[in-house]
Write a protein that binds this ligand. Sequence first.
Ligand code: SF4
Length: 344
Amino acid sequence: MTESKPAQTRTLPKAKRAFQNAIIAWFSEHAEDYPWRRTHDPYAVLVSELMLQQTQVATVLGRRYFERWLEQFPNVNTLADASEDEVLKAWEGLGYYRRARNLQKAARVVVEQFDGRFPEKLADILALPGVGRYTAGAVVSFAFDQSVAIVDANVARVLARLFDYEGAVDLPAGQQQVWAWAEELVPGDGVRVYNSGLMELGQKICTVRQPNCRECPVFAFCATRVPEQLPVKKPRTSTVFVDEHVVFSRDEDGGILLEQETGKRREGLWKLPEASDPPTGKIVLKMQYSITHYRVTLIVHEVCDAKSRSGRRFSAAALEAIAMSSPYRKALVALLANDDFALN
Ligand code: SF4
């Protein structure tokens, strides 16, 4: 039991009006001034939601991804007309590139089916590529202030604790349950503020490891006595360790051989070419990166005669302008910083 957690005195959903007011009042005082909170443009909201799906707020803010994206693609028309290279390059560093592709596909659907005017109906937004229940709800509630519930990981954690739910929130039955509670609690008015407040409560107060129940604006409604033990999650997939062998090859003009990815996750991005099997050539770099539950050791082999290989050669100066996922970018930066590989 958490010693510092005050006792529950009110029950949800019975006291939901007071609960909604508490969330709205708290958020009105404590809201962070994120750039995506200054807009009601549904396209901009969609951009921010997709960027934040699998990327930390600090990363998106730190490198101004959101602002730079809107400077380059200020509306659905500019995004729909952009080349794939431009889109992937603008997304570089955010990872999970399928989100960028889906964003462009969604923009094209809005241009083709809705004449460039972003739809306001939940069902129309839900039908856009890459848009799920949470994202569609976020767009209609943040852009149009429609009374629609949203559940992300933060909201699921808050709800599981408020209702002292001991089922796994990431299994279908648990998801159904937290969505049902979210829908029951969502107010008819002020949803933009309420939904943002509930999410921010999860980020700042009802955190994963150290919920600050004493400072929580809704402690009176909260049923759990053991917040740190909730929410329950399904067993995690264990980490799989793999080696990835790639080739670093420079010709006499300094051209670095790269090839384009074909897998779904990073299709179209440039990378160091795969090594032959078994790999040959001196190992010049080893580094590790993680992707989903894989821990990958990237092993770079220097290969001098790679003439027979397909791909394209780029000068060191041209690398900056092409789209490349972070592990290969980091490997190339490390390799080019090594005097042995510097351009003669
Ligand atoms: S911080 Fe979370 S667990 Fe603690 S009282 Fe608030 S909602 Fe309940």
